[in-house]
Design a protein around this ligand. Sequence first.
Ligand code: NDP
Ligand code: 8X3
Length: 251
Amino acid sequence: MNCKGIAFVTGASAGFGQAITHRMVHDGYHVIAAARRKEKLDQLAQQYPKQIYPLELDIRNVSHIKSIIDQLPASFQSIDILINNAGLALGIEPVPQISLDHWDQMIQTNVTGLIHLTQHIIGGMLERKRGHIISLGSIAGTYPYSGGNVYGATKAFVAQFMLNLKTDLLGTPIRITNIEPGLCGGTEFSNVRLNDHQKAKNVYAGTTPLTAQDIAETVSWVVGLPPHVNINRIEMMPVCQAPGGLSVSRK
Ligand code: NDP
Ligand code: 8X3
């Protein structure tokens, strides 16, 4: 199959990013698969040695991002699709029983790393007059829940950043999409958040959550639409989840 273009997927070592990488290769793209755990990326690349370039990247090290991108092999330099997927939640404690270190890590990863990478990649897209930037937001960026504090705030930032990017880039062919999933199982997300295998398993008990394949399918759909069609944002939940959750404290 001819290469349809180059996709840059962050957080490709697990969960959504891994499923998106498989799907993009299946759809005919060559993929720069980025994350911190290089051994996981190498395993992925072994399955498609020509189509995947494994890239060790800690997105929090923003001073290194430009040189890392500049050093990509020539055949992977013209990035057509950026999928800002790397991200994490740490902890579910309500204020004030939180860890400021956790808050800092979420902001450095979900916000600072994402905007720096995006800024470094947009320039080339504008020069080539083609591009699509897709971010993984969350329903947590729209609906509050106890313990969502800074995680939800980072995803609210991503949602507004994407709408503002769309506005700044009006008049260009660059497409901008924010995908905002709800409960999604089968990834490392809850293990990372709760640092406890059993507690992570309990999050999904009795539910049929979204899967990483559902997210990859959604990415594939927004990418495959005609170039004049832009999906600004998609909120998606499993059938077993609803957004209602208003609460009242009674005496
Ligand atoms: P996983 O924990 O399974 O995967 C997260 C990925 O992000 C891993 O590949 C991890 O790779 C990478 N990552 C984390 N920190 C960094 C970093 N500093 N630099 C580079 N890569 C990093 O999570 P999911 O696949 O479930 O989630 C993916 C995205 O979707 C996240 O942004 C998450 O907030 C969002 N989301 C998840 C939902 C869910 O319920 N699962 C629902 C809604 C949104 P490595 O550790 O190798 O660096
Ligand atoms: C992940 C979904 O509901 O755990 O972003 O915040 S939720």
